[in-house]
Design a protein around this ligand. Structure first.
Ligand SMILES: [Zn+2]
Ligand SMILES: [Zn+2]
Ligand SMILES: [Zn+2]
Length: 443
């Protein structure tokens, strides 16, 4: 009885506490060394992204190229077996008949789909779930007072879509409660990605959301199915705060601070943000220019870079855009930025990364390889020692090499990916077994 009570009250080896200047947070009560599992947290609610239907089980997120069977009614949801289908029905029934009824016009955002799944769960759940050992869903920050017009309008659109697409199956809380719930999900929701960082779905993990942010995090979050696993990527001593990173750490301090302020409403004062030690390398200027650029020229180019990043982000979502047009945006911007920025500059790397993604999509393997090879070294410098972004590039490159029958290079790149994943994902993760199998098959 005693041990059961302990289990529901907290997570062994950690403790919720008041972090000076940061509000609540999570600290270690014992020593964790690099690669140790700090804790795992099942999703409170989750949803598989529409694009991955058929490739993953809707219930357990298991990946399968074939062999999943589909829901006989809507023919859109796929499952490992009858158990998974039954297990998912309380959630899938919210969408199954509506998808049939609306057909092409069924288009709620992923946030709306996730919130629709939280509502019935919240209603029937009176006790703490295993996802809420140190923080409950109701306690998540909403930051309602800090939302600007754009964010408020987005919330209203989402609430309208929720009523529109889910009216037959949900008892809706009142508008004030819905506004709060959407705001909570917007700043505490997680996206689940695979080992190449492809988007698989969205979820809420209240316990994981308790951790504060640092640009030099001492843990990394990975996913095993729909369970979040938190592992140490730095040694953590008892009483030390446990920090996760909320954002992509590629960018210079100013950009990170802006992003954190906009999405999470705080100003980061971590050691990277105060020392700015990596900013110079991240903003590297091209060497061997006959006349070095003026400060003003550099400033203009940074502004151009930020705009083109935003332009590309939007363009990716246009329905009728062609992939060669996306590639063209990358190439033109790389050419323009390349007149001032070095190839290791993060804005250059951002566009090369996008270009690599487009090449992979178009099955232009040589193109993808060319960009991957340019990205990998500077990525390893700009990111922290254990980074999922770095691992994913090694993985993509390794798989490209193997596909192009460059065995030695392939195995070498995959080994680099594994060295990071052993720590971040844990040595027994199914992804690691898969990669090892790929390496074996090449012998
Ligand atoms: Zn399954
Ligand atoms: Zn169905
Ligand atoms: Zn920071």
């Amino acid at each position: 009885m005693w041990s059961r009570a302990m289990k529901t009250e907290g997570i062994e080896g950690t403790e919720r506490f008041q972090s000076p200047g940061k509000g609540r947070g999570l600290k270690a009560t014992k020593h964790f060394k690099v690669g140790d599992l700090v804790f795992a947290c099942p999703a409170y609610a989750y949803v598989l992204t529409v694009n991955e239907r058929g490739g993953h089980c809707e219930c357990c997120f298991t990946r399968s190229a074939e062999g999943l069977s589909k829901c006989g009614k809507c023919k859109q949801a796929y499952y490992c077996n009858v158990e998974c289908q039954r297990g998912d029905w309380p959630m899938h029934k919210l969408e199954c008949s509506a998808m049939c009824a609306y057909g092409e016009n069924w288009c709620p955002s992923e946030t709306v789909r996730l919130v629709a799944r939280i509502i019935p769960k919240q209603k029937c759940q009176t006790e703490r779930t295993p996802s809420e050992r140190v923080l409950t869903l109701r306690e998540l920050e909403a930051h309602l007072d800090k939302l600007d017009n754009e964010k408020n309008e987005m919330n209203d659109t989402d609430i309208a879509a929720l009523h529109h697409f889910y009216s037959r199956h949900l008892d809706f809380p009142d508008n004030a409660a819905l506004t709060e719930l959407f705001a909570q999900v917007n700043c505490n929701g997680f996206t689940i990605e695979d080992e190449e960082l492809s988007h698989l779905g969205s979820a809420v993990f209240p316990d994981v959301a308790l951790m504060n942010h640092s640009c030099s995090p001492n843990v990394i979050v990975t996913y095993k199915g729909t369970v979040a696993e938190v592992r140490a990527v730095q040694d953590i001593s008892p009483e030390e705060e446990i920090f996760n990173s909320y954002i992509d750490l590629l960018y210079p301090t100013e950009d990170r601070i802006e992003r954190l302020k906009d999405s999470y409403f705080f100003t980061c004062d971590c050691k990277e943000c105060t020392s700015k030690s990596k900013d110079k390398a991240k903003m590297e200027i091209r060497q061997k220019l006959s006349t070095p650029p003026e400060q003003e020229e550099i400033k203009q180019m940074v502004m151009y870079a930020r705009n083109v990043i935003e332009e590309f982000r939007r363009a990716k979502h246009y329905k009728n855009i062609l992939h060669c047009e996306l590639l063209e945006i990358c190439e033109i911007s790389l050419e323009k930025m390349g007149s001032i920025f070095a190839e290791t500059n993060v804005y250059m790397l951002h566009m090369m990364y996008q270009a690599m993604g487009v090449c992979l999509y178009m099955q232009d393997w040589d193109g993808a390889m060319k960009y991957g090879e340019k990205i990998i070294q500077p990525y390893s410098v700009h990111y922290p020692p254990y980074s999922l972004n770095v691992a994913s590039i090694y993985l993509k490159l390794g798989r490209l090499y193997l596909g192009l029958e460059k065995r030695t290079q392939g195995v070498k790149a995959l080994k680099k990916a594994l060295a990071i994943m052993d720590v971040a994902h844990g040595k027994d993760h199914p992804y690691i077994a898969e990669i090892k199998k790929e390496m074996e098959e090449q012998k």
